[in-house]
Design a protein around this ligand. Structure first.
Ligand SMILES: [Zn+2]
Length: 415
């Protein structure tokens, strides 16, 4: 084979174009349940049995772990109840906030929205333990925690994970108790439609609304690949405005993990990362909703080829992932400029309706011009500002636009 041809194939592999249509997304619907009969899964029925981090906790052990950390480190953390599942299980997050971090940016990790993708569940529990027990001991982690508020939700779909019983993850399922795939049923910000929001997702939406997370990640399994937005489009059709920043972040994550174990993040793309839609376009995922509506940069981390990892391999995965997990939190102090977007509710300007079908009224503007840009940063229209302005965008396609006024940026959703 000619050298040029080889180079072309290598570059296509990394750009994600070559196999975008050929390779099925392991994480895609319909789910492919793994045969867990022969899988080595050991459960921890007490907190002490989690000491080596090579078991999965029973539901009660999980609740006890969360409660015990909150009791042991009352000045560092508390447990947030994001909501409850259909079957009444708790959707919890450990909110870690040191006194020095009171005004620091808010970071969010969330795992196992697909109930059978459980590697991240134990990774996040171990991350909570590592952060809390390292404060005041590890200079690096202490500094990070002194500058950052960190919320960690280890289990977003408890009914899926404990589908059979609270005492085992054997029989875990992807969907919630109603058989709904939670990561396909967030509101679609680009193509709004009337949908019923599942209870677990509504709780998550409320949690994002109460907080002001600026960087987050949603952890999955079934592949090893970092998946940055958008999931709703290919990067050719509609690249994320911060695609270059995302690629840098993905490279740092993958390269760091490979210095600890060079065999990982290779099953889907040789480079270990992709724009979500180049792998497979989906609708209703959490990542795009959070990016578009909550001004939070969120990516999807597919962290283990097996959805339900043999429990004795959990320490191996922690070993190569932990440094990258911690570095990713620190990326919150390295956000791109556009992450400074001011939500309309924090602004003295009034603007509405938003979302809109066409006519937007803006009042309280001080600057001379109003400018509307699309997702690629192209200026769509400019208009002289006065005390009360009417903007007609009824001719524009449905989607997301940014209105720049008074040095601030306001996200507009056109229905
Ligand atoms: Zn998944």
């Amino acid at each position: 084979m000619k050298k040029a041809t080889i180079l072309f194939i290598v570059s296509m592999l990394c750009s994600g174009i070559a196999f975008a249509q050929l390779k099925p997304r392991p994480d895609a619907f319909p789910s492919e349940p793994e045969n867990l009969e022969k899988r080595g899964i050991t459960m921890a029925t007490t907190v002490d049995e989690m000491a080596s981090w090579d078991r999965y906790p029973t539901y009660d052990t999980y609740l006890t772990m969360m409660a015990r950390w909150a009791e042991t480190f009352p000045t560092l953390c508390h447990v947030d109840t994001i909501g409850t599942s259909i079957q009444g299980r708790l959707i919890l997050s450990m909110y870690i906030e040191t006194e020095s971090a009171a005004n620091g940016p808010e970071f969010f990790y969330s795992s196992t929205i697909h109930g059978d993708e459980v590697t991240g569940y134990v990774m996040m529990l171990r991350l909570i333990d590592t952060l809390l027990t390292s404060y005041g001991i590890s200079p690096e982690l202490t500094d990070l925690m002194n500058r950052t508020r960190i919320s960690i939700n280890p289990l977003a779909n408890p009914d899926g994970t404990y589908h059979n019983s609270d005492t085992t993850i054997r029989g875990a399922q992807r969907e919630n108790a109603d058989g709904i795939d939670l990561n396909r049923n967030f509101p679609n910000p680009f193509f709004p439609a009337k949908t019923t929001i599942p209870q677990e997702n509504q709780a998550m939406i409320d949690y994002f609304t109460e907080h002001r997370f600026r960087l987050s990640a949603n952890l999955h399994g079934g592949a090893e690949v970092m998946n940055y937005p958008w999931d709703s489009f290919t990067s050719r059709d509609n690249p994320h405005p911060e695609a270059e920043w995302w690629i840098d972040v993905c490279k740092r994550f993958v390269d760091t993990s490979r210095t600890y174990n060079n065999s990982h993040f290779r099953d889907t793309y040789t480079c270990g990362y992709t724009a979500g839609g180049d792998w497979y376009v989906i609708s209703g995922g959490r990542q795009d909703y959070v990016n578009a509506v909550h001004n939070c940069l969120e990516m999807t981390m597919e962290i283990s080829t097996q959805k339900t990892l043999n429990s004795d391999r959990l320490p191996e995965y922690w070993h190569f992932l932990a440094p990258s997990f911690i570095n990713y939190i620190a990326e919150i102090h390295n956000l791109p400029e556009s992450a400074e977007i001011t939500p309309a509710r924090d602004h003295e300007l009034t603007l509405g309706p938003n979302p809109t079908t066409g006519i937007i009224t803006v009042s309280g503007a001080e600057s001379a011009t109003i400018e509307l840009r699309d997702l690629q940063g192209r200026t769509i229209l400019t208009q002289e500002a006065s005390q009360s302005n009417t903007l007609d965008i009824s001719h524009l396609n449905s989607g997301i636009y940014f209105l720049r006024i008074d040095g601030k940026t306001i996200k507009i959703i056109k229905l």
